[in-house]
Design a binder for this molecule. Structure first.
Ligand code: SAH
Length: 433
């Protein structure tokens, strides 16, 4: 059974008298036809972003460091939704902040809760221009006994067109900003009630260690960039978002708890290790270039050998810090015992985990999930080679929640078309942007 809560119904809309409470209220009233400037949200911004926002309202240089630290704590430890509640900040500054900024999150359009506790949110990002109604993305929370994993998106749609992936059927609209990536974590923690309790002890309950035990009191303990999009095609924003999420004075999820999943953009893998430093997952899915070309078209550009070579050189690898190889089980395509043996051979020498993912079918797909016996036989070969518990249990099937097959039904304007609209069809302006 699926519980679908429509958060757009009038009863659930934030009251208009609480300007910081929701995106719907973020546009101050226009006076006599003159549009007032839209207040920007600070929720999701990096330290640098907050610094700029404070400087923009005239906070003197010498105070910036301290003010950023205060805002960072209120936003990322306490989950503040209004400047009013920021009692460690002077009233004057709070008023100045509220005049120019909000703490709006991406708008929650719907929330679905699966029988197994998995939750899926459809979120609408603030509009980027007059002709943008606001891109929609999905975000999934998967609770397990020892952890709670949040699957976030890095782009709206995806350019990769992997043939078994639902997102691949959607046209890319745009990259998400770092604030929009972090905003997904903010929404999940809001909806789950996962912020530190207010009080004199402002300890951030940071999760810096790689302890497998459940960190006390935290519901979102891990983040995977496995939703819509290819994170390595949105490198700078993903890097900034991971920095914000892993900052020990804020959300405090150590980089060992954040996993970046890529279809294999080989030249960016080493750079990701050095500059982002998150855990790495590779969507491998096949053991020959011929099969992988048909599943992950990016393979035509970066072949299996090249991707695995980049993995071998991934900084900091050890048995305690392994690369996860994802392998979606597709009936009659990549699921034979010979494929399993080849997989083991290919990964030799790389500290690796293998995740066998039962294919999650979607309407119109030409693929089927492998039979259970086939998956077991495959898994047995992988297991005998020393890789433990490799089959990922499907979660939230009743709400169509598998990461990587997220898809929103609205706002599918191509980036080009949207730019044309925004620039009034001026090709020069379009080219310059
Ligand atoms: N572009 C990145 C992240 C998004 S996909 C990447 O390719 O890794 C996240 C994961 O979900 C990938 O391993 C992807 O192959 C997998 N996936 C996509 N569609 C799926 C489906 N229908 N069933 C099972 N897994 C799927």
């Amino acid at each position: 059974m699926t519980v679908l809560i429509d958060l757009n119904s009038p009863a659930r809309r934030p009251a208009a008298s609480q300007p910081e409470a929701g995106a719907a209220a973020s546009q101050p009233d226009a006076v006599a036809g003159v549009a007032a400037p839209v207040r920007r949200s600070l929720a999701g911004l990096s330290r640098d972003g907050l610094r700029e926002a404070l400087a923009d309202i005239g906070v003197p240089d010498r105070e910036l460091r301290m003010r950023v630290a205060q805002l960072f704590n209120w936003i990322y430890v306490r989950g503040a939704v209004s400047f009013e509640e920021m009692t460690t900040i002077s009233k004057v500054l709070r008023a100045a902040l509220a005049e120019r900024y909000t703490l709006d999150r991406p708008e929650v359009i719907s929330e679905q809760i699966s029988v197994d506790g998995t939750r899926k949110w459809l979120l609408r990002m603030p509009a980027t221009g007059p002709h943008d109604k606001g891109a929609e993305i999905e975000c999934v929370y998967i609770p397990e006994a020892d952890r709670g994993t949040l699957c976030v998106s890095s782009q709206v749609g995806c350019t990769l067109t992997c043939t078994f992936c639902h997102t691949g059927t959607q046209r890319l609209v745009r990259n998400l900003t770092d604030a929009e990536i972090v905003g997904q974590v903010m929404v999940a923690r809001d909806r789950l009630g996962d912020w530190s309790v207010p009080g004199p002890n402002k300890a951030s309950k940071a999760i810096q260690h790689d302890d497998d035990a459940a960190p006390a009191g935290r519901l979102v303990t891990n983040i995977v960039l496995m939703g819509m999009g290819e994170p390595l095609y949105n490198f700078d924003n993903v890097k900034a978002a991971v920095d914000t999420m892993s900052d020990g004075d804020g959300i405090g999820l150590g980089k060992r708890r954040i996993t970046l999943s890529t279809a294999g953009v080989a030249p960016m893998i080493g750079k990701a290790g050095e500059e982002i430093g998150a855990m790495l997952a590779i969507s491998l899915h096949a053991t020959t270039n011929e099969i992988r070309d048909g599943l992950v078209p990016l393979n035509k550009k970066y072949k299996i050998d090249e991707v695995l070579e980049a993995c071998r050189n991934y900084p900091g690898l050890s048995n305690a810090k392994r690369i996860t190889f994802e392998y979606v089980m597709l009936k009659g395509v990549n699921d034979s015992p010979a494929h399993a043996r080849e997989l083991v051979r290919l990964l030799k020498g790389i500290p690796a985990k293998i995740n066998l993912i039962p294919f999650n079918p979607w309407p119109g797909t030409k693929y089927e999930c492998s039979d259970w016996d086939t998956i077991e036989a495959f898994s047995e070969i992988v297991f005998r080679a020393g890789y433990a518990s490799p089959v990922r249990t499907p979660r939230g099937r009743d709400i169509f929640a598998a990461c990587g097959q997220l898809k929103s039904e609205t706002e599918k304007l191509r980036a080009r078309a949207r730019l044309m609209l925004e620039t009034g069809g001026d090709p020069a302006a379009e080219a310059a942007s």
